[in-house]
Design a binder for this molecule. Sequence first.
Ligand code: SF4
Length: 122
Amino acid sequence: MTHVITSLCLRDNGCSDVCPVESIQPGNTAQWPTYYIDASTCIDCGACVPECPFHAIYPEDEVPAAFKAKGGEFINEAGLTGHYEAANHHGQKIVLETTRALTAGEVLDLRGSIKTNTQFFK
Ligand code: SF4
């Protein structure tokens, strides 16, 4: 198994700092706007999970099929056009143009991120 970074990722970067095997790689393009976990090297230690302020990382078999938004979260995916900016874990400015704000009660299937993570490393 592996862990998976879902589209709730807003590039905080704290996760990649703690990964003991350097499995977490930044995408940083319009096609690949989040961070991604290499399933071929991830040892499933779980260290990255609590580091994410957006709760974007899950074990593969626990990625939510029905994630219920509190409201105010963002998803970050290729093809979206919303603007987002903030400071990351290191205080560096992050600007994303591939986001959409979620509304309270909105329900999302985040399992598409499993395939996206796999495709990134092909
Ligand atoms: S679960 Fe552990 S090995 Fe896998 S990406 Fe997260 S920190 Fe790295």
